[in-house]
Design a protein around this ligand. Structure first.
Ligand SMILES: [Zn+2]
Ligand SMILES: [Zn+2]
Length: 285
């Protein structure tokens, strides 16, 4: 059976492995294809694609864009991006700048709360990748201000935390639009994070996203229960959405997740990828 993983993060965003090492690991795991879908950046794609050629494994150039969604988080995956398209890079740069501006704001709030953390301490922990709340959490932990990374989020950095700063996000139509402008295939990640418990509300939201140009739904995902999977599959069928899946691998930042693994690895077959390709051929003749 030819297996794939369509959802992974490298050190270009908040994963711990360099894009080339991630691709090599995918090859070692015996995968036929792997998509690199870093948060809000395409910076790792050239390296990943080159590594795919070197190790003889298909690399799908992708991205995962955070979109505005009150009450939950909405992530939109984009596959088969024409990543040399300067316009996409330019639009994602808006998010990068917003993320950069946000960290000093969080630090300032922490300082006001009596925690003398400095930007340099956090920068040291983030290495070359995007710096964000996970790094601030680690700095808080290493500084002895919290007992765990979880506590850092619960008390300070989470949506309800004392040092929380609202993040800039594109509205869904713009996230979908920029993926389509780069001739990519837009897919909604892990639908449960939308926070819509009622299947009817979820259906309505998906219908709206489909109207905005969404092409697929991430059905296979480590945190999806069999019931969720069944629901998402039936909604995908009903709304004519493609079905995808992936591990959301982050390297050591999410050690419980293995590359190529969802609850049942056999579900991530190459046929899912073929369907994405067929959609793309039809859509962008
Ligand atoms: Zn996500
Ligand atoms: Zn992800």
């Amino acid at each position: 059976m030819e297996l794939i993983d369509l959802h992974t993060h490298s050190s270009a965003s908040d994963g711990t492995m360099a894009p080339k090492d991630l691709v090599r690991l995918a090859k070692e795991r015996g995968l036929k294809a792997v998509a690199l879908t870093d948060h809000d950046t395409i910076d790792g794609l050239a390296e990943a694609v080159a590594a795919g050629e070197q190790w003889d494994i298909e690399v799908v150039p992708g991205v995962e864009i955070s979109a505005r969604h009150p009450g939950g988080s909405m992530h939109i995956l984009g596959y088969f991006l024409d990543y040399e398209n300067a316009r996409l890079d330019e639009r994602l740069a808006v998010l990068k700048q917003a993320r950069k501006d946000r960290n000093p704001q969080i630090i300032a709030k922490l300082n006001a709360l009596g925690i003398p953390l400095r930007m340099e301490q956090v920068e040291r922990l983030s290495g070359k990748g995007q710096m964000g709340r996970p790094h601030i959490a680690r700095a808080l932990y290493e500084g002895g201000y919290v007992r765990s990374l979880q506590e850092a989020f619960d008390i300070y950095l989470g949506n309800q935390g004392k040092a929380y700063v609202e993040k800039f996000r594109f509205p869904p139509e713009e996230a979908i639009g920029m993926i389509r402008d780069a001739r990519g295939v837009p897919v909604l990640s892990h639908p449960f994070t939308l926070g819509l418990k009622n299947p009817k509300a979820l259906r309505e939201q998906l219908r709206e996203l489909a109207r905005l140009g969404l092409a697929g739904l991430e059905v296979f995902y480590p945190e999806h229960s069999p019931e969720m999977e069944t629901l998402y599959l039936s909604l995908a069928r009903e709304l004519g959405l493609l079905v995808t899946g992936g591990s959301d691998f982050h390297g050591d930042n999410k050690p419980e997740v293995e590359l190529g693994r969802v609850n049942c690895q056999k579900k991530l077959t190459y046929a899912l990828l073929e369907a994405l390709k067929a959609w793309r051929r039809r859509e962008y003749k």
